[in-house]
Design a protein around this ligand. Structure first.
Ligand SMILES: [Zn+2]
Length: 255
């Protein structure tokens, strides 16, 4: 078990470092191939500067060439993918097919969370990839085909309406596509649980950030988070979904 957890974490961290490249370069006009370099001085990275998490800590978060700061995105994405992979192993072992399946879902989730946070949009391809996985789940692992399909459609319609009637101010259309997949993946009760968690977490964290934004008018810090700036919602949706998947939470338990 311990060895499995360690291997899962390391695999996740390595996948996470590939995700970092995708998050940084996808749809930005930069090529996805080619060696990574420092964003400030352009210095190509050697293998010793590419070790997930370790390199960042070793270099104290600075470029070896020009000493400019390296984004916290790198170690955060690497370690959270690692932890997620290990948690999946811990909660689903020994069913290898399910573990690999959820590792794929986890990779897509981390990409969407970080990309949406950074660029305020979910790339269609990431949504389609997740949708494909959700369809696989319904066909091969799913408890109930009809329940999953109805849940996905209901979620999609609700979010589509929220998007349409708010002119995209509350949510993006990408969020509607995302909840279609989450409904398919989770089914009715887990799906509703995930949405409730997402709204609660979104409210708590959103209000916290807005509060910080208010305070920051005095401190002139955290200027990004004011009332007008959108807090991306996909991270909360996926966080809610993962809490539900990993810990079998059920919101109906409380009623
Ligand atoms: Zn540099």
């Amino acid at each position: 078990m311990l060895l499995g957890l360690i291997v899962s974490f390391l695999l996740g961290a390595i996948i996470g470092s590939f995700l970092n490249v995708l998050i940084l370069r996808y749809n930005t006009g930069r090529s996805l191939g080619g060696r990574s370099g420092c964003l400030s001085c352009g210095k190509k990275l050697r293998w010793s500067e590419l070790v997930p998490i370790v390199s960042f800590l070793w270099q104290k978060g600075k470029c070896v060439g020009c000493r400019s700061r390296v984004s916290w995105q790198y170690p955060i994405v690497e370690s959270s993918t690692g932890f997620l992979f290990a948690l999946i192993f811990w909660s689903l072992a020994p069913t290898i097919s399910l573990i690999i399946f959820y590792w794929l879902v986890a990779g897509a989730s981390v990409f969407i969370i970080a990309y949406d946070w950074k660029h305020q949009i979910i790339p269609d391809r990431a949504n389609y990839f997740l949708f494909g996985l959700a369809v696989l789940r319904v066909l091969f692992f799913g408890p109930s085909l009809i329940e999953s399909v109805l849940t996905g459609l209901a979620f999609f319609l609700i979010f589509w309406a929220l998007w349409y009637f708010s002119d995209g101010r509350w949510l993006g259309f990408g969020d509607a596509k995302l909840v279609l997949s989450l409904g398919l993946l989770l089914g009715a009760s887990a799906g509703v649980t995930a949405l409730c968690l997402a709204f609660w977490l979104g409210a708590i964290i959103g209000l916290t950030l807005i509060a910080f934004g208010r305070v920051s008018k005095l401190l002139k810090l955290f200027k990004r988070y004011t009332m007008k700036s959108e807090v991306p919602f996909a991270p909360f949706l996926l966080l809610g979904a993962w809490l539900t998947i990993l810990f079998q939470l059920n919101v109906f338990f409380f009623f």
